[in-house]
Design a protein around this ligand. Structure first.
Ligand SMILES: C[S@@+](CC[C@H](N)C(=O)[O-])C[C@H]1O[C@@H](n2cnc3c(N)ncnc32)[C@H](O)[C@@H]1O
Length: 249
């Protein structure tokens, strides 16, 4: 079990309650989500996302699932690279907001990371940006991602992570005191942004996340820190069938 299981903010809740509360958070913030991202990160989330997409080796023959794709920032950039992209997210509000504010339309599917509506070994690549933190169980979501990817398929994850010293105390102060106030002023949802901060603080650090990905069965797991570890890109490959047979010998 990952550290995020059955917690919502400071509360101990059941998995079902956590799922419902997270669903409510994104329903409440959807209309101001993109604006708030720009405020909170001083626009740097756009750079992180651009770097993330640069790492994705997207081919025109690829089907890519952008899980927890929300308003579609990542999916739109992947589409520009020529891939066939599907956004999978449980929040209709987030996906609708993305469709309203962009002329480039996306294929959206209502789905959760814990139960993906795709056949096993059917997808070339799966991306997830600032989404895996919201899963009821990171391990269950990773197992599901592993299931739907084809052997040789690739997984890319962009998420907040553990900031390096000496930046860490300043970053923590900013998160604890400024973000909830910005959330109140800009998004008018202080509690939703309180959840955001707590979920970042509880999220596994770079090495723990790497271990979770390896435990799900992935190989070639590596990561790249962005902005001193404020965000981190994890990349991994589902072993080709021949590789996994060799491992089992
Ligand atoms: C912080 S937003 C990220 C959106 C987008 N990927 C981005 O980078 O801007 C997190 C997204 O995760 C989605 N989400 C929450 N719980 C989820 C779950 N169990 N499975 C898949 N997506 C989930 C939310 O609806 C929301 O759209």
């Amino acid at each position: 079990m990952s550290r995020l299981d059955n917690t919502f903010g400071q509360q101990q809740v059941t998995s079902q309650q956590r799922e419902q509360k997270i669903r409510r958070v994104f329903k409440l913030v959807a209309s101001r989500y993109d604006l708030m991202n720009d405020f909170m990160s001083f626009g740097t989330h756009r750079i992180w996302k651009r770097v993330f997409v640069q790492h994705v080796d997207a081919k025109s023959t690829d089907i890519i699932i952008d899980l927890a794709g929300g308003t579609g920032d990542i999916a739109r950039q992947l589409k520009q690279k020529g891939a066939y992209v599907v956004v999978a997210d449980p929040s209709m509000e987030m996906m609708t907001e993305g469709q309203k504010s962009h002329t480039e339309k996306l294929l959206n599917i209502a789905a959760t990371g814990e139960q993906l509506p795709f056949a096993s070994a059917s997808i070339e690549k799966l991306t997830i940006s600032f989404g895996i933190r919201n899963m009821t169980s990171i391990s269950d979501a990773l197992a599901e991602i592993f299931r739907v990817l084809k052997p040789g398929g690739q997984f890319y994850c962009l998420e907040f992570s553990k900031v390096m010293m000496p930046l860490r105390p300043f970053y923590n102060l900013y998160n604890r005191y400024i973000i909830p106030r910005l959330g109140a002023m800009v998004a008018r949802q202080p509690e939703a942004y309180q959840y955001l901060i707590e979920s970042i603080e509880r999220f596994p650090d770079q090495k723990e996340m790497k271990q979770l990905i390896e435990q799900a069965g992935f190989s070639q797991v590596h990561y790249r820190n962005l902005f001193f570890g404020i965000a981190c890109i994890h990349m991994a490959t589902k072993p080709a069938e021949s590789d996994s047979k060799q491992q089992n010998v």
